[in-house]
Unconditional design. Sequence first.
Length: 175
Amino acid sequence: METLERPIGVSFFCILCYQEEDILFEVKQIFEKRFSKIMYESSPLSRFTLDDYEKEIAYPNNRSKVLSFKQRIHREEIVEKKKECLDVQNLLQKKDPSVLIVPGYVTAHNVVITKSKDDFHRIYLFQGVYAEAVYSFTQGKLNPHNTAPNFFKEKDVVYFFTTLRESYEFNKFKN
């Protein structure tokens, strides 16, 4: 008999793109109050390339980092997290018009980011939020999808998300 089960919590992260260094510290303060303690912070990563829609809402930036949080979320919570990130993004774009915040999550099998525009490879969740798998874990490693933005194909980015997935796997049954 087939039954439905809610999967275990996933590792929540945000990609932060910005120009002004002060923005990073402000975002970290805001996110630790809203989400939870930051567990991992990437070193500066390759430049996040904006897609066509993102070019309409944010200026090009030179800095990108990923912030991963201690508290796990359930996958359906990503919609609320996206809305919260948009609130912060809109607030901070008054100081730095290049601010872009892309929330997502890591599971044992893939890495998923959220978007606010439809595309052939995205799945609609609800309330205007779409999910896009950018990596799959196959043959013992993270493999970027061919539809993933080029950012996710950069060695430093693949390395960070591989490390984040390993941490998730190691800690997935801990509270």
